[in-house]
Ligand binder design. Structure first.
Ligand code: SF4
Length: 243
C-alpha cells in the first residue's frame, strides 16, 4: 500500500483532532509536507495523483488573469481531472469567453458551482458587493464551494506565496474548513510562472492587455498592478475561499 494512502485508511491518532474529509491527522499532514517539500510543483502534482484518487481531488479555477498556467499544468499531468468553476453570476463576459477558449484548447471538463438562487438574488437586490463584500463572497463563492467539499479529500490551489502576505505563510498541505488544501505552487516565483507561460505560449485573460492584473467579479475588479485592483478602497484582500 502506498505510504500516504496508509494514513487515509487508518484510524487517526487518538490524540489528534481530525476534522477533514481525508481523515488525516496533524502528523499525517506534516509527513506529506515533508515528503512533498523537496519536489518541483509538477512533481508534487504527479505525486498527488499517485496518493489520492482523481475523483477525490477538487480543482477550482476562476479563469482569471493567468489561469492558463495552472490549468495547463493540471490538464497535462492528469487529463481526467475535472475543473470546478465558481460562477458567482458577476463575471466579466471576457472571463466566460476565456473559460470557453481554455476549455477547448486544453480539452478540459469544466462544471459550474453556483450559489443558491434566492440568496444570490438578495446580493443583486441589495448590492452587497458594495455594502458588505464579505457577505457577498460568502453567498456567491464560499457557501457554494463548502457544499461540494465533502465529496473530495484534497483541494488543489494555484496560490503562490509572492501574491500576498497571507499566501506567503501557507504550507503545501494544510487543513482548511473541513478539507485538506494542497498548494503545490506556493513556492513558485513569478519569474518561474512567467517562464512556463512563455515556454508553452499560453494565453492571458483578454483583460490583461487592458491593464488588469488580477481579475475577479466585475463589481470588485479594476485595473492595477498585482492584486491592487481587487476590492479597491476596501480593506478586503481575499474572497474568503482560501483563508
Ligand atoms: S468578488 Fe465582489 S461581486 Fe464577487 S462575490 Fe465577492 S463581493 Fe460579490
Amino acid at each position: 500500500m502506498n505510504a500516504v494512502l496508509e494514513p487515509l485508511n487508518a484510524p487517526a491518532n487518538a490524540n489528534s483532532a481530525v476534522e477533514n474529509s481525508a481523515g488525516l491527522d496533524a502528523a499525517a499532514i506534516e509527513a506529506l509536507n515533508a515528503r512533498y517539500a523537496p519536489l518541483s510543483f509538477e512533481q508534487r502534482l504527479q505525486a498527488l495523483y499517485r496518493d489520492f484518487p482523481v475523483d477525490k481531488v477538487l480543482v477550482t479555477s476562476s479563469f482569471a488573469a493567468t489561469s492558463a498556467f495552472f490549468l495547463h499544468v493540471v490538464s497535462t499531468l492528469e487529463p481526467a481531472q475535472q475543473i470546478a468553476f465558481i460562477d458567482t453570476g458577476y463575471h466579466f463576459p471576457e472571463t466566460l469567453a476565456y473559460r470557453e477558449y481554455l476549455t477547448q484548447r486544453f480539452g478540459l471538463t469544466v462544471f459550474d458551482v453556483k450559489p443558491d438562487e434566492f440568496h444570490h438574488q438578495f446580493t443583486v437586490a441589495e448590492k452587497t458587493y458594495l455594502s458588505d463584500p464579505d457577505l457577498c463572497c460568502a453567498v456567491n463563492k464560499v457557501q457554494p464551494l463548502d457544499a461540494i467539499k465533502p465529496r473530495y479529500q484534497v483541494w488543489v490551489s494555484s496560490l503562490m506565496g509572492w501574491q500576498t502576505d497571507d499566501r506567503a505563510a501557507m504550507k503545501i498541505f494544510e487543513p482548511r474548513r473541513g478539507i485538506i488544501k494542497f498548494n503545490p505552487m506556493i513556492d513558485v516565483s513569478r519569474e518561474q510562472r512567467d517562464a512556463y507561460i512563455r515556454e508553452h505560449d499560453l494565453p492571458f485573460h483578454p483583460l490583461v492587455a487592458q491593464g488588469y492584473s488580477s481579475i475577479g467579479c466585475i463589481h470588485c475588479t479594476v485595473k492595477g498592478e498585482g492584486r491592487s485592483g481587487r476590492w479597491q478602497g476596501k480593506p478586503k484582500t481575499e474572497c474568503g475561499l482560501h483563508l
